[in-house]
Design a protein around this ligand. Structure first.
Ligand code: 5GP
Length: 193
């Protein structure tokens, strides 16, 4: 059986990676599975443990690092985030397509580690830095200090796009999603040749 695709959706905090990813999963029949990350970040009000993330203590996260349970993990503005590796491998080997929604350093690590050709990576770009800031603020989940840190980090991330296959402008969720879906379908077709 052909390995499932590994689809990396990356980009600055607040750019709308999650919104695009959910839009694609809700509106298209691509049969994608989302890889739920583990994090030490505090759970936000609307988030569900085991759906949005596995929320764990720093100790539990460290135990998972020690047990070599992560495909990659990174520190991001004071918290740790990691992709559990067992599910990714198991599901891809069953032909399932897996979506990772991760920041740039983690994406780089995955791209270096996973060296089969069934990987496709996207960097989601905001229309402007102002639009990114407005979006982070609208979320009303972070303190001013963290907002500034995320914004600085985001600006840096926007200069680190060479590692991705495609840069997608998130000017409109439906349009950006369609662009990604078309590229995934093209990749799937290539795989059938
Ligand atoms: P947030 O706190 O806004 O949910 O996430 C902060 C950043 O970490 C976002 O860019 C998000 O995509 C990224 N992130 C989420 N899960 C992971 C992961 O497992 N690994 C890495 N490297 N980044 C992640």
């Amino acid at each position: 059986m052909k390995k499932g695709l590994l689809i990396i959706i990356s980009g600055p905090s607040g750019v709308g990676k999650g919104t695009v990813r959910k839009y694609i999963m809700d509106n298209y029949n691509l049969d994608l599975s989302y890889s739920i990350s583990m994090t030490t970040r505090k759970q936000r009000e609307k988030e569900v443990d085991g759906v949005d993330y596995y929320f764990v203590t720093p100790e539990e996260f460290q135990r998972n690092i020690d047990a070599d349970n992560f495909l990659e993990w990174e520190e991001f503005v004071g918290n740790r985030y990691g992709t559990p590796k067992d599910k990714v491998e198991e599901l891809r080997n069953k032909g399932k397509h897996i979506v990772l929604e991760i920041e740039v350093n983690g994406a780089g690590e995955v791209l270096r580690k996973v060296n089969d050709d069934r990987v496709i990576s996207f960097f989601i770009m905001p229309p402007s830095v102002d639009a990114l800031e407005a979006r982070i603020r609208r979320r009303k989940t972070e303190s001013e200090e963290i907002i500034q840190e995320r914004l600085q980090k985001g600006k840096k991330e926007m200069t680190m796009t060479e590692q991705y296959d495609y840069i997608i402008l998130n000017d409109d969720v439906a349009r950006a999603s369609q662009e990604i879906v078309d590229l995934i379908k093209k990749k799937l077709k290539e795989g059938r040749k």
